[in-house]
Design a binder for this molecule. Structure first.
Ligand code: NDP
Length: 292
């Protein structure tokens, strides 16, 4: 028989988590501030706990997913004193600092703590490909890894540091937003001459495939070795090209902030002696802006 699980927080995500545990055959106890959100889950076999304390007593694995870390702490604190041997798996999104502070708080309360970051939307919960990052004590994660596979088949343990899941989360989020923003800036430039994005798309996609993506492993090596070879395209030369992008953005009446930012960082790297290196040298500026 499968291990019992408690799910606290039945918003869009918490409900999906509870459904996946039920579908995998885990006896599942649920609690939500607005109790009616448990109605459907009870119909599917979940047990509705009347209080947080009851929910925390149902089993030792407590999965919590609410709006933010403050709400999460308020909910657990409302019980006064939690039962011994509880393991909190906190899947609420936040920052690495939130996660570290909450791990320290959980330790004071005598609870084991695993922090997690969900890299999926609610409809993706319960599938083999779904990724959740986890961090915290290895033996605690190992003890519950099988149960947690019911919500995310590709769940991945990153190590003991509880801030790592949130750090990977925001790092992937940043990659997505900055890449999409780059595409949107290019689309805005073309739109200034009434070129539809669809006309530009084939070139953008080929550019991603043959130029942008293949270079990323090289950049990763450069970051890890601290050496930024120019490959016949120095930062000094590329910075002049970025000036054209800034100038073109201004004259086309498009927001120039994005290329201005890139130009400023490249110039900082040049001032630090990286003119003869490759683009990768901007890493030195981004990771240590105070040293300018
Ligand atoms: P919802 O807005 O659907 O649900 C929010 C939940 O938090 C509800 O259960 C709500 O209770 C509860 N809540 C909020 N404030 C309090 C409080 N002060 N005390 C008690 N309970 C509170 O959000 P989601 O379920 O979508 O998101 C939950 C977490 O999952 C967030 O951290 C989000 O970033 C993360 N996440 C969500 C994704 C998504 O696509 N939805 C993707 C990846 C992560 P009530 O019903 O009573 O209002």
């Amino acid at each position: 028989s499968r291990a019992p699980v408690t799910v606290i927080g039945l918003g869009a995500m918490g409900s999906a988590l509870a459904r996946a545990f039920l579908a995998a055959g885990h006896p599942t106890t649920v609690w939500n501030r607005s109790p009616d959100k448990a109605d459907d889950l009870v119909g599917q076999g979940a047990v509705r706990a009347a209080t947080v304390a009851d929910a925390m007593s149902a089993g030792n694995l407590i999965v919590i997913c609410v709006l933010d870390y403050r709400a999460m702490r308020e909910i657990i604190d409302s019980t006064g004193h939690s039962p011994a041997d509880r393991v909190i798996v906190n899947l609420t999104s936040g920052t690495p600092g939130d996660a570290r502070a909450t791990a320290a708080w959980a330790q004071e309360q005598g609870m084991e703590y695993i922090d997690g970051a969900i890299m999926a939307t609610p409809s993706m919960i319960g599938s083999e490909e779904t990724l959740i990052f986890y961090g915290g004590p290895q033996e605690v994660y190992d003890a519950h890894a099988d149960t947690l596979r019911s919500i995310a088949g590709a769940g991945t343990y990153l190590g003991e540091e509880p801030g790592l899941p949130s750090l990977y989360d925001v790092a992937l989020l940043g990659l997505m937003w900055t890449t999409w923003a780059g595409f949107m800036h290019s689309a805005a430039l073309l739109a200034s001459e009434k070129v539809p994005a669809a006309a530009f798309l084939p070139y953008a996609q080929a550019w991603f495939e043959y130029v942008i993506s293949p270079e990323v492993p090289n950049l990763a090596t450069q970051v890890d070795t601290g050496a930024y070879p120019d490959n016949d395209s120095t930062l000094g030369m590329q910075t002049v090209a970025i000036e054209h992008l800034v100038e073109a953005s201004r004259t086309q009446g498009v927001d120039p902030t994005l290329p201005e930012f890139l130009h400023a960082r490249a110039e900082q790297a040049i001032r630090r002696g990286h003119a003869g290196d490759g683009f990768g040298a901007v890493f030195e500026v981004l990771r240590a802006p105070a040293a300018q």
